[in-house]
Design a protein around this ligand. Structure first.
Ligand code: SOE
Length: 392
């Protein structure tokens, strides 16, 4: 006979019951099964709009929430809630984060953090003032292969960086018959989303790039909107589309390397094609999210001795990132087996909980996540003004 160790409950409110609401709810339910933590997330309440009450009720019961509510302000006022998780359309992030910080709640917010830098700056200040723990869900940092790339860079195996090349391409908006606005398609409405692919997809690429290769110093961008008018699901009218359907930009990094970034929702055949390649003096790395367990590494020189590898052995190594030695993988299955998209959220949450215990916050917090918003806004400004924009 023995007694189970009781963990400290962490009472969660998930605001939003769409794609991200599901991904996060799953993470809260799974994390304690696979990672050691003194905290046990408890799905207390979820929020959705009154118009979606039916869906919300079904969502609450499927994921085992204690209750649901169609009033998010009331949820934030609840004393029994520790953490507000924001899985709402982008135009709501500011109001919710400001209210949650004022109420002294921990906050986990989906990306992009805000509609623009001005909002993100205020949100960051509010969170700092309140002294609450926070997180922005840049989940791709927790793809084991991307975390391994970070480790390899930190070990000096890539060396002085010359080129960074990123893509994030999808193809789901090519048809002009797809409406804008409403559930699932609010990403096409600039009043709700803030921007198109820049905030939605390039924000991920920028977060990964700055994490791996350091800060971006300046950018020059070109955006395009291919379908200029679409039926709006809310108004029932044909309305102008003013999000960026595609965006490409050049970047100069503070470490002297130069980069290209490409993102579109019109790359026929591409579903969630997020890639990067980093070419350095000692080696190179390549990653493609459509093949998420593989990290390609080109080993040219030993970082310690600076000596070139033997000529007949140089070449790309295809690392199947599934060994217990690889980031996060000791928490999952046996070597050679794989994990999926949903696990990136579980890994992220595990880091957040570990940060609560150690006092060293998991990155990015809302404060450091502001950085990606700054770069996104610089990219959009550059596209508008057709010139380089420096990032302070
Ligand atoms: C858009 O289609 C989207 O769902 C993004 O909003 C997510 O952040 C991305 O990871 C997958 O694509």
């Amino acid at each position: 006979m023995g007694e189970a160790i009781l963990k400290k409950p962490l009472n969660i409110a998930v605001l939003g019951s769409g794609f991200m609401g599901r991904a996060h709810a799953n993470a809260y339910k799974q994390v304690g099964q696979f990672f050691e933590s003194g905290y046990q997330p408890v799905l207390k309440v979820c929020y959705g709009r009154e118009e979606n009450r039916g869906n919300l009720e079904a969502f609450a019961s499927r994921w085992g929430f204690g209750s649901f509510d169609t009033n998010w302000q009331r949820i934030i006022e609840r004393e029994d809630i520790d953490l507000i998780d924001v899985c709402l359309p982008n135009h709501m992030h500011y109001d919710v984060v400001m209210a949650a910080a004022a109420a002294g709640k921990m906050i986990a917010c989906e990306k992009p953090l805000a509609m623009n830098v001005a909002e993100a700056q205020e949100m960051s200040e509010a969170v700092c003032r309140a002294g609450v723990a926070s997180l922005v869900w840049y989940n791709y940092r927790r793809v084991p292969a991307i975390a391994l790339a970070k480790q390899i860079i930190d070990e000096g195996r890539v060396g002085k960086a010359f080129h960074y090349r990123a893509t994030y391409n999808q193809d789901y908006t090519i048809s002009g018959d797809i409406p804008q606005g409403g559930r699932g398609l609010w990403r096409l409405d600039s009043k709700i989303a803030g921007s198109g692919v820049t905030g939605d997809l390039l924000a991920h690429s920028i977060d990964t790039a700055e994490w791996l290769n350091g800060p971006i110093r300046q950018v020059v961008a070109k955006t395009e909107t291919f379908v200029k008018k679409r039926l709006h699901q809310d108004s029932g009218k044909i309305q102008l589309v003013d999000i960026d359907d595609a965006c490409m930009f050049l970047a100069e990094f503070e470490n002297g390397s130069i980069g290209t970034f490409e993102s579109t929702r019109y790359a026929r055949g591409r579903k969630n094609y997020k890639t990067f390649e980093l070419n350095g003096e000692n080696g190179a790395l390549h990653f493609d999210l459509e093949d998420p367990h593989i990290l390609e590494f080109f080993r040219y020189a030993d970082p310690e001795t600076g000596e070139k590898c033997e000529d007949h052995l140089t070449g790309w190594q295809r690392i199947h990132v599934s060994n217990a030695e690889h980031p996060y993988m000791d928490k999952w299955w046996v070597p050679g087996t794989t994990i999926g998209y949903e696990h990136t959220f579980i890994n992220t949450l595990a880091d957040f909980l570990a940060g609560l215990e150690s006092g060293v916050p998991a990155e990015p917090t809302i404060r450091s996540g502001l950085r990606t918003q700054i770069v996104c806004d610089a990219v959009l400004e550059s596209a508008r003004n057709k010139g380089w924009v420096e990032i302070s």
